[in-house]
Design a protein around this ligand. Structure first.
Ligand SMILES: *[C@@H]1O[C@H](CO)[C@@H](O)[C@H](O)[C@H]1NC(C)=O
Ligand SMILES: *[C@@H]1O[C@H](CO)[C@@H](O)[C@H](O)[C@H]1NC(C)=O
Ligand SMILES: *[C@@H]1O[C@H](CO)[C@@H](O)[C@H](O)[C@H]1NC(C)=O
Length: 426
């Protein structure tokens, strides 16, 4: 019953005015009322639940009072749940090696990763059903719009995933293309993909920090990088043109000059000799929040902030021999499951103080489980006959594609479906 009433965003624009209040409430809570997506009972066709996570049921739940397979409950947080094993054709969303937009760094299977169990997990919220992912319908909802991902290489990872999941909806794959003919490489910072039949674009803008990077010349005449935490990144003028924005920043704040903070952070034109990276991050996110509040119109634009995506290095860090190779299944338990970084608390604190109803795509926890999803040693093509691959530098931060970022895009889709739905209901 709930599914039948989903409607496209377009058809309900005239109700926008009436609806502005419920929409604001919706966005500020990040919850989906689960009378829209009701609770699933224990029996469900063709899916085997193999990871009991927060809520193990030692005894079978009582049978539902009615023949309906759904039990309504008050609220549903789509970011709390578990990964369930799914052998149906719902996962992965596209076959490994099939999508030309996965760049080498994430093309694990093409690079020789032998195990494929990591492709067979689906995220299932504990209190409700996600709308079934429908790439065609996703494109219909994007018609005439510009969806833009802005952030670091983790957002490029998500961008490539989005291109691939949407591509599956095109009978003629040549109906999507990069408008200037660029191939996706990590060297380039801006891509625009057009979906001709839907008159929409999906774009990526590289912005590692969301605030302004610069350089200064010291007394010896050397030029050094700086970061102005009180000024928005220079790509921001492009952000204004988007209808849907997906931001992230995080991974660049933990190493090198950013972590050391010596003669690097700048505020009000003043360069701090030393400055704490976490405080700098807080300043940058505040600058971003203020910019959104001043420049983006909530009745026209949807803004997501995608939460921190967890890295899984064993025995070292990304640059000191940490590894994750050989991981073939998600983590079931351990301290990492409930890890929620201080940077996420800061993001939440800033979002809560903003006027603009930013949607937090709160995927940190669901990534905590997925130690099996990283490229590890398969971030590079393995040459024929090459048995030994350098195990010194492994990628345990980004994700193989197909893989975990496909789920983030499913959750964006779920959110868009919900918006359209709610507009219609009121
Ligand atoms: C899933 O569960 C069904 C019913 O218990 C069983 O027949 C099937 O073999 C299971 N599949 C997997 C992959 O475990
Ligand atoms: C997917 O969405 C399209 C466009 O809205 C619709 O025509 C189609 O029936 C949907 N497919 C499924 C399986 O629901
Ligand atoms: C996001 O998820 C974390 C971890 O599950 C949780 O602690 C936090 O409260 C969530 N934030 C929001 C705004 O729902």
């Amino acid at each position: 019953m709930a599914m039948a009433s989903f409607v496209s965003l377009r058809s309900s624009l005239s109700l926008l005015f009436l609806l502005s209040l419920p929409l604001v409430l919706l966005f500020s809570s990040h919850y989906i009322p689960s009378d829209l997506y009701p609770v699933r009972t224990s029996s469900h066709s063709s899916v085997n639940v193999s990871i009991p996570v927060s809520d193990p049921h030692p005894s079978p739940p009582p049978p539902p009072p009615s023949p309906s397979p759904f039990i309504p409950s008050k609220k549903c947080n789509i970011y709390e749940g578990r990964w369930v094993r799914d052998e149906t054709n719902r996962t992965p969303h596209y076959a490994p090696k099939s999508c030309p937009y996965v760049d080498e760094a994430f093309a694990c299977m093409a690079n020789g990763r032998p195990d494929d169990d990591f492709l067979k997990w689906r995220w299932e919220p504990s209190g409700c059903l996600l709308p079934r992912f429908n790439a065609t319908d996703f494109l219909v909802r994007l018609r005439g719009k510009k969806l833009m991902l802005v952030g670091d290489s983790m957002n490029r990872n998500q961008f490539e995933s989005l291109l691939c999941v949407l591509r599956e909806a095109l009978p003629d794959k040549s109906r999507m293309y990069e408008t200037r003919g660029y191939r996706i490489t990590k060297g380039r910072g801006y891509f625009i993909f057009k979906f001709k039949d839907y008159d929409c674009t999906v774009e990526f803008i590289r912005s590692h920090f969301l605030v302004k990077e610069g350089t200064r010349t010291n007394r010896l005449g050397n030029s050094n990088p700086t970061l102005s935490i009180d000024r928005i990144d220079k790509s921001a003028k492009r952000w204004k043109k988007a209808d849907i924005l997906v931001f992230n920043t995080g991974h660049w704040w933990t190493h090198g000059k950013t972590a050391r903070g010596k003669n690097y952070y700048q505020e009000g034109g003043v360069l701090y000799p030393t400055f704490d990276a976490v405080e700098a991050y807080r300043g940058a996110i505040r600058t971003w929040g203020k910019w959104i509040d001043r420049n983006i119109n909530p009745s026209k634009t949807t803004v997501f902030y995608r939460g921190y995506s967890t890295a899984h290095f064993r025995g070292g860090d990304w640059d000191s021999g940490g590894s994750c190779n050989g991981e073939q299944s998600p983590a079931l338990s351990g301290p990492i499951i409930n890890n929620y970084p201080i940077k996420m608390r800061i993001v939440e604190e800033v979002i809560n103080q903003m006027r603009f109803p930013v949607v937090l795509l709160n995927i940190t926890k669901l990534t905590n489980y997925r130690k099996d999803g990283h490229p590890s040693i398969y971030g590079k093509i393995r040459k024929n006959g090459q048995k030994k691959v350098s195990k010194r530098k492994q990628d345990c931060s980004h994700w193989c594609l197909p893989g975990v970022p496909d789920t983030w895009n499913e959750l964006i889709y779920a959110t868009l479906v919900l918006q359209g739905h709610n507009r219609e209901v009121a």
